[in-house]
Design a protein around this ligand. Sequence first.
Ligand code: GDP
Ligand code: GDP
Length: 464
Amino acid sequence: MIPVVALVGRPNVGKSTLFNRLTRTRDALVADFPGLTRDRKYGKAELEEHEFIVIDTGGIDGTEEGVETKMAEQSLMAIEEADVVLFLVDGRAGLTVSDEAIAKHLRSREKPTFLVVNKIDGIDADSACADFWKLGVDAMYQIAAAQNRGVTALMERALAPFAEKMQEDEAEEGLVDLTSVEDIENANLTEEDAEAAYKRLQEQPIKLAIIGRPNVGKSTLTNRILGEERVVVYDMPGTTRDSIYIPMERDDQEYVLIDTAGVRRRKNMNQAVEKFSVIQTLKAVEDANVVLLVIDARENISDQDLSLLGFVLNAGRSLVLAVNKWDGLDNEVKERVKSELDRRLGFVDFARIHFISALHGTGVGHLYESVQEAYQSATKRISTSLLTRIMQMAQDDHQPPLVRGRRVKLKYAHAGGYNPPIIVIHGNQVNELPGSYKRYLMNYYRRSLEMMGTPIRIQFQSSD
Ligand code: GDP
Ligand code: GDP
């Protein structure tokens, strides 16, 4: 599972600066949920070989009242959900009462916590840090987030246990149990063994995450799916703070439903759980093969919907869209909803859209077909010869343009990964291809390979 890192500290110590530093590394996406989570921000970060989710908790200063208390609660919730806490203090300002209050709170949680003294640029770091030992920490890390000093070393330390855990897991799984396309690709198998491993992979349970913002009907849909007679649900202990994984079977296909709505959990424990958790949702997306994004037909498409969608696209997951609460709407409203979907979600043209009523069960059965289709598309093995042939057909139908007087020439193509499928195209000057031609190739591949439900990524490799 992808680790979650929370940035905690009083306002102005440099949390946002560090957040931006960490998430900027690649096409990081920030899911900002105003109103729901105050100014908490979530982003996916990659550093060296580590991938993690980072939360900027806004600010707590340990002495909140009123609205501030609410905000602090949100930060505290983020701390609960995090795997590692980075507790930031300001090396220039020195130790403050707020720092001590936060430290006290953190000591009461048993979370791996790193004390991070920020802004050590241009000051005598060691003497600036001396005071902070009073917080009673084992170790302290000095950084200058604004200068990117010390950040990589800090993160290496903070994430080391997770990297080790991943390596152990991989070693344990061995070759007999290759559970992802990446595993198979990296295992250096013979063509025959790889073929068999892919076949097994296609027969694996499909990990399906049902996500959506609050009140779109996730719980209703999850209950509907689990309540159906044709579904066999296996018993599963559910005690973690993460989403509950529910194995089930339908029409001879095994699934593992990732319950972000907390349906199962709420049944098991009678205390209130936070009904919607961005972190749980993001983790579920990372871990899923296929994401079912639920949208409310009775509300406008919101920034929150788009944030969630962005996260799915960023993660390269297969996607099925369910527009829920389609019951009892008159035709005029239905038309309006459809044109809004076209206008705002037209860019995700690879995903099937279903109009459903989780409440009455209408249309729910058809979701499985699209989920299966999306999974098959995302994990389908495509040979070099087929990818090259399609590339040639595309090129014959519509020649690439001239670049600096020379015709761009596509030579051959092969697969570079799956889930999402990556197609690598080699040729002369291919990096100079205009966006319009790249999109043309993408669509050509999508149509030829009949790949619905999954994004396709094309990479270009220039041979001159
Ligand atoms: P937050 O409220 O904790 O999110 O803090 P910000 O990230 O907004 O930073 C507060 C101020 O500290 C800004 O003016 C930053 O430019 C500054 N700052 C952040 N990191 C550093 C640093 O490493 N060195 C210095 N000198 N200033 C920094
Ligand atoms: P969640 O927060 O996404 O888990 O949403 P819930 O499943 O709790 O549903 C929120 C509200 O929408 C509840 O009052 C449901 O009864 C209602 N709801 C859910 N699905 C439907 C539907 O298909 N049609 C209608 N009319 N209401 C629905």
